[in-house]
Design a protein around this ligand. Structure first.
Ligand code: FEO
Length: 171
């Protein structure tokens, strides 16, 4: 059974993962309206993955005798200054999520909750992948230059297939 401190931290993570899903959904929709089908597809899949992450937390909290709370999510921004700025925001957001996961790891240690510590390792590994994906996309964007968005859009469409396959066990 999880204690109240762990339950609170995990519920806060439910909110963060749910917000991540909304954030990437808003970005996907924005990219779609700009005619960037590849970027939109990558972000729609990413949004689905974040919902899976949220579900993982909800189910774990309930299974361990806690009570998961589904909160209201803050509305993400509607506009992005540029594709590059948007992916910089994705990377920044993933770094924020990584530090949040690390805080839970630290809390599990001080609370001596080794079951949750073990369970959350999946997310520790996942965050390495999430940050790497965002960094690689930014590298591509820098290489191609923002004037070559058509090429970038094509390229990211093929990337998504690989990334989605790599995280197919996200449920
Ligand atoms: Fe669920 Fe992208 O962190």
């Amino acid at each position: 059974m999880i204690n109240k401190k762990i339950e609170k931290a995990l519920n806060e993570q439910v909110e963060k993962e749910g917000y991540s899903s909304s954030l990437y959904l808003a970005m996907a929709s924005w990219a779609e309206t700009k005619g960037m089908a590849g970027v939109a597809q990558w972000l729609y899949v990413q949004s689905d993955e974040e919902r899976m992450h949220m579900l993982k937390f909800i189910k774990y909290i309930n299974e361990r005798g806690g009570k998961a709370i589904v909160p209201a999510f803050k509305q993400p921004g509607k506009e992005n200054a540029s594709v590059k700025k948007m992916f910089e925001d994705v990377l920044k957001h993933e770094q924020f999520i990584s530090s949040s996961i690390n805080e839970i790891v630290a809390l599990c240690t001080t609370e001596k909750d080794y079951t949750t510590l073990n369970w959350i390792q999946w997310f520790v590994n996942e965050q390495v992948e999430e940050e790497t994906n965002a960094t690689q996309i930014l590298d591509k964007l820098n290489l191609l230059g923002e004037k070559n968005l058509y090429m970038f859009d094509r390229d990211i469409m093929s990337l998504r297939g690989k990334a989605a396959a790599g995280t197919a066990d996200a449920t």
